[in-house]
Design a protein around this ligand. Structure first.
Ligand code: HDL
Ligand code: ZN
Length: 424
């Protein structure tokens, strides 16, 4: 292949390859769509502009001394959006990744990113039907399947599943059983399972093991979950002598159920929650974790599969090295505070050099449906650029790179590695 044609072939392959997005917080309209109170499908310009990343950023410009947090939280969504638009997009240059993302989405939808107020954009969104808008966004983002995050310990979402077990039956979406409290706070989680009718005791007496397994099986089946997920703090360890209940849960319940069903366990490690509680979802931060927890799990449970992403930039190289040691470990994404072009570039190049094409370079983590448009538009460009340089290095060895190789690699990285690791 002529080196000059590598760049064009790579960008074409990456742009045209449909993505299976392995981790988002998006929902189909069956879960209720904003602005319906309690609707879980968040979409449209006011949700996009008030995404919690932007709340954190606007509070750097207009401090709580000028706008008390509770005053902000009492504002209507459109008032919050107007406040953010004014201070981050009009009175300052929207150069941050979260700001740029909003503008990319507006432009790619064919709208004007230079409006001084949001009203013209609100008018266009008001004409959209949420269900058709899901199709429009998936087409623009070239995403063939959206993987949800279904938090069974969230009372509102659990009620929706209990009321209508088919609520997740939208072919554009796949479900994931999200169970953070079972490790983050086993005693409280055990009490809730007992309240839901499972014979579970905090000290694992009686039928606890069987009943926790029944709980997991009931919800994996109800949701048709394609994996089980947790976000874990930087101090996550396994084994963890300070969390004997959590260790028992992993060893006697979660691992046997996942192995029996062939489901991976996704660990998202490094989120230190609510360091600034007044910022609510915007108040979490990252922390460096100990990779040994991942290494011990992969070694102790060879029949289980682990999807792992870590939040600290400082953990990324050792996570790559751990993936070289365990075929049952699939590392994925540039999560949350790592989803910035400069860091996605660094991590992707390192992963290509250490793992070849045996990893999943990105997920969107979209919380607002419209974000799929910018998160994938931005990520594809960075991933393509890294691949171009790696292919140039490869061709310099005399290897005869062909277009079919590039297309195959794009499919592996953006869809097939995840699909084959989860068996979907
Ligand atoms: O725990 C998670 O899944 C994280 O992705 C959080 O939802 C986080 O608030 C987020 O939105 N990250 O992008
Ligand atoms: Zn997430």
């Amino acid at each position: 292949m002529d080196p000059k044609s590598i760049e064009q072939t790579v960008f074409e392959a990456i742009e045209s390859q449909p993505v299976t997005d392995l981790h988002t917080h998006c929902y189909p309209p069956s879960f209720g769509a904003a602005p319906k109170p309690g609707g879980l499908l968040l979409w449209g310009i006011d949700e996009l502009v008030t995404y919690h990343y932007l709340i954190a950023e606007v509070y750097r410009v207009v401090p709580a001394s000028d706008l008390p947090y509770d005053r902000y939280w009492s504002m209507a969504r459109c008032e919050q959006a107007d406040h953010i638009w004014k201070h981050l997009f009009v009175e300052r240059t929207p150069v941050s990744e979260a700001c740029r993302g909003v503008l990319s989405t507006i432009r790619l939808l064919g709208l004007d990113p230079n409006v001084k107020t949001l009203d013209p954009l609100r008018k266009w969104f008001a004409e959209q039907d949420p269900d058709r808008y899901v199709d429009m966004v998936m087409k623009l983002a070239n995403v063939d399947s959206i993987t949800m995050t279904n938090a069974v310990f969230d009372d509102a979402e659990r009620a929706m599943w209990l009321e209508n077990p088919r609520v997740g039956d939208d072919p554009r979406f796949r479900a994931v059983l999200r169970i953070d409290p079972l490790l983050r706070d086993w005693p409280s989680a055990a009490r809730r399972l007992a309240a839901w009718g499972y014979e579970v005791a905090e000290d694992f007496t009686g039928r606890t093991v069987d009943e926790v397994r029944r709980f997991l099986g009931d919800w994996i089946d109800r949701m048709k979950a394609i994996y089980v997920a947790m976000s874990l703090p930087p101090d996550f360890r396994h084994p963890d002598p300070d969390n004997p209940g959590g260790d028992r849960f992993i060893t006697d319940c979660l691992m046997p159920v996942c192995a029996d069903r062939g489901l991976p366990w996704a660990l998202m490690i490094g989120s230190r929650l609510r360091v600034n509680p007044a910022l609510q979802d915007a108040g979490d931060m990252s922390g460096k974790a100990d990779i040994l927890g991942v290494v011990n799990l992969c070694a102790r449970f060879p029949d289980n599969r682990f999807l792992v992403t870590m939040l600290s930039r400082e953990n990324q190289h050792e996570l790559c090295v751990a993936a070289r040691k365990f075929g049952n470990l699939m590392i994925f994404g540039c999560w949350w505070f790592l989803n910035n072009p400069s860091i996605v570039d660094e991590i992707t190049r390192m992963r290509l050099e250490l793992l070849g094409t045996s990893f999943v370079p990105q997920h969107s983590d979209a919380r607002i449906l419209d974000q799929l448009v910018y998160k994938w538009h931005h990520s594809r460009k960075v991933i393509a650029r890294a691949l171009v340089d790696k292919y140039h290095d490869l061709v310099a060895t005399g290897f005869e790179l062909k277009k079919k190789h590039i297309r195959r690699d794009a499919a592996l990285l953006l869809r097939d590695n995840f699909r084959s690791f989860t068996g979907i």
